[in-house]
Design a protein around this ligand. Structure first.
Ligand SMILES: *Cc1c(COP(=O)(O)O)cnc(C)c1O
Length: 438
């Protein structure tokens, strides 16, 4: 029946168009409506009291919750097999609120050198001013070695499942095991993979982060982020005293102050972000952008499957080209990450690949200037193919030694495959190579 609750048993492709939304609760509207409202009338004084004391669930004010945004949260929560999800105004808000929620008041985060440029730069410039320090894993490809870098005040391990721009794959299961042996959670930025290609929670992650700006939405028309939690990590833990704080706002009917662990056992981490960081730092996602993200999600599998096929075809084309020094793409047989790809990425390796341009700086610039069909800008995961010289742009904040650590050589060119005809894309690269070599 068209108006029944989507069953938990539905598979991924069904959930991506149905989860978290029941038409009968919304005047039988098939497409989730945009609740363009700041606030919500209380039924009566009792209702207001119950909402403020969390004895009744409902919406109060769109900064902390909105019905359209809630559909997005429920949908991604279902796709990832999470216990709770929180949508935010950007991927950077998702990262910053997560890291502050983990390490507020001071602490360390053990991370990987293979990260989004904005993450690396903010870890250096901003977080230390809030008492949050970062340690870079010396051998992230050997997860057992991480144990030696976990200190008494390390609050989490933070990695990307497919790194941007290098498409480095990590053994997430093994990294999760080391984290859990030391009583700390594993945070995975799953932006590039999306839940279609990789499910971090199934591989042991405790917290998953998305920039929904990229592949999740996939149309290059908004900025959005999400934080999800597995519901499995024990926050009642002396390493995280902030989760043992009892608040007046969480009091029970007898006036006893309670903790997030007591009141929201399935959603401790994201609820604490919602009512502390989202509530008071305020990076709320707009209902309209949530609506567009829901729309984008409806074609997630179809887009990622086609982009993975196109990226592999482009990788093979580039591998055979005389003007290409190397190609990095996990689905290539020669890739250093091919074994992990075969083990963990049954649906493909996604749309991002990179290659080393063989030639002078001038020829590389001539190549980029000659490109006609690919867009030249800093986004990824769009329906339109993109090409960019990452070391000089998206990762331009990194100093020379940081680029060396992240393995980003100056001649790296990153592609994000879109949905165009593969022959048109290859023809565009070919004519640009020809002009660069002319
Ligand atoms: C883009 C990106 C971010 C930041 O997301 P915004 O939505 O642009 O704030 C974080 N992580 C990764 C891997 C990204 O690609």
């Amino acid at each position: 029946m068209a108006n029944e609750t989507p069953s938990d048993a539905y598979r991924f492709d069904t959930q991506k168009v149905r989860a978290g939304y029941e038409p009968k609760d919304h005047n039988y509207a098939v497409s989730p409506p945009i609740y363009q409202t700041t606030s919500y009338d209380f039924r009566d004084v009792e209702n207001a009291k119950n909402l403020f004391s969390f004895n009744e669930q409902g919406f109060l004010y769109t900064r902390v919750g909105n019905p359209t945004v809630a559909v997005l949260e429920e949908r991604v929560k279902t796709l990832d097999g999470a216990s709770a999800a929180l949508a935010l105004a950007s991927g950077m808000a998702a990262i910053s609120y997560t890291l502050l929620n983990l390490a507020e008041g001071g602490g360390r985060i053990l991370t990987s050198p293979y990260l989004y440029g904005g993450s690396t730069d903010s870890f250096k410039k901003i977080y230390p001013k809030f008492g949050v320090q970062f340690d870079y894993a010396q051998h992230i490809e050997r997860p057992e070695s991480l144990a030696a870098q976990i200190k008494p005040d390390t609050k989490a391990i933070f990695v990307e499942s497919i790194s941007n721009p290098n498409t480095v794959l990590l053994d997430i299961d093994a990294i999760a095991k080391v984290a859990h042996q030391h009583g700390i959670p594993l945070v995975v930025d799953n932006t590039v993979a999306t839940p279609y290609l990789f499910n971090p929670i199934a591989h042991g992650a405790d917290i998953v982060i998305y920039s929904a700006t990229k592949g999740l939405n996939g149309h290059g028309n908004l900025i959005a982020g999400l934080v999800l939690e597995s519901g499995r990590f024990d926050w009642n833990n002396p390493r995280f005293p902030q989760f043992a704080e009892a608040y007046y706002t969480l009091r029970d009917e007898n006036g006893r102050h309670r903790t997030f662990v007591e009141v929201f056992p399935e959603a401790v981490f994201t609820t604490r972000i919602r009512f502390n960081y989202l509530n008071y730092f305020g990076a709320a996602l707009s209902p309209f952008d949530a609506y567009l993200t829901i729309l984008g999600l409806e074609t997630l599998s179809e887009r990622l499957a086609k982009q993975s096929g196109t990226a592999l075809a482009l990788a093979k084309y580039l591998e055979a080209h005389a003007s290409v020094e190397w190609v990095r793409y996990p689905a290539l047989k020669g890739s250093a990450h091919h074994a992990l790809y075969q083990r963990d990425f049954k649906n493909g390796a996604g749309g991002i690949l990179s290659f080393g341009f063989k030639g002078t700086d001038k020829q590389r610039e001539a190549f980029l200037n000659a490109i006609q069909l690919f867009h030249y800008h800093v986004n990824i995961g769009d329906a339109r193919s993109l090409i960019v010289n990452s070391p000089q742009t998206t990762h331009g904040e990194l100093e020379a030694e940081e680029k060396a650590l992240a393995n980003i050589p100056e001649n790296l060119i990153r592609i994000s495959a879109g949905l165009e005809d593969i022959d048109d894309l290859i023809a565009d690269l070919s004519q640009a190579f020809a002009k660069a070599n002319a």
